[in-house]
Every structure is written in C-alpha cells, then in structure tokens.
Design a protein around this ligand. Sequence first.
Ligand code: 5GP
Ligand code: ZN
Length: 112
Amino acid sequence: MDCIFCKIANGQIPSSKVYEDDKILAFHDINPEAKIHVLVIPKCHIQSVGELTEENSSIVAYIFEKIPAIATKAGITNGYRVITNCGPDACQSVLHLHFHILGGEQLPEHIR
Ligand code: 5GP
Ligand code: ZN
C-alpha cells in the first residue's frame, strides 16, 4: 500500500523517532508547527478517526496511555496540545491515523 506513514512505521522511510514499540511509533514532524511537534501513529493502517470501529479502537486508548511519556521524552515540560485531523475540511493530508503533539512553547489559545 502506498501510505507514507505505513512506510515510516515499517522503516522503509526514515524518521526521527521519539518512541517505538510493537504497536505504535512516535516521531518528530518533518514540518514542525510548534517548537516541539511529534506525531504518534498506530503501526496498523487506519485511515483516520472516521474509520475507527469497535474492533480497532483500542489502539487509540493505547496511544493516549503512552502520550504523557512520549511528550516528556520529546522534551515537553509545561503542557501540550493533542490534535487529529479527519478528512478534507480538517485538512488531513496523510491518510493514516495520527495524533499531533504540540508543545515546547506557549501555544495560541485557539487553533482558528
Ligand atoms: P495532517 O495534515 O494529515 O494532520 O498531518 C500530517 C503531518 O505529517 C504534517 O504535519 C506533515 O508535516 C507530516 N509529514 C508528512 N510527511 C512526513 C514525513 O515524511 N516525515 C515526517 N516526519 N512527517 C511528515
Ligand atoms: Zn498507512
């Protein structure tokens, strides 16, 4: 499958890794929108929040359980924002579920 995040997950495309285990990978965004900008992805391909089901949604809880430690490991000490974009109106550009962790500086109060 021609999915850039599947290729990052299986090592075909290199990434600056923050955390990895058998189920998920966290790596620095190539085009950071905050001082610290990390992406967390499941290694299995799920297109977006819109494709979550009773069968595959446990990975989301797993990712959120890991996010505090991932944020700390990335150097975030004073809070962060977690964002996921779903579909065209939200400007989702990579069709593999991912959670942005943004921090390392004071973020604007609203995202729009
Ligand atoms: P989206 O717009 O889909 O919510 O977020 C996709 C994110 O993936 C963007 O912030 C973009 O900078 C990042 N991205 C796209 N391609 C790559 C890549 O090859 N490597 C890394 N590290 N980040 C990428
Ligand atoms: Zn994928």
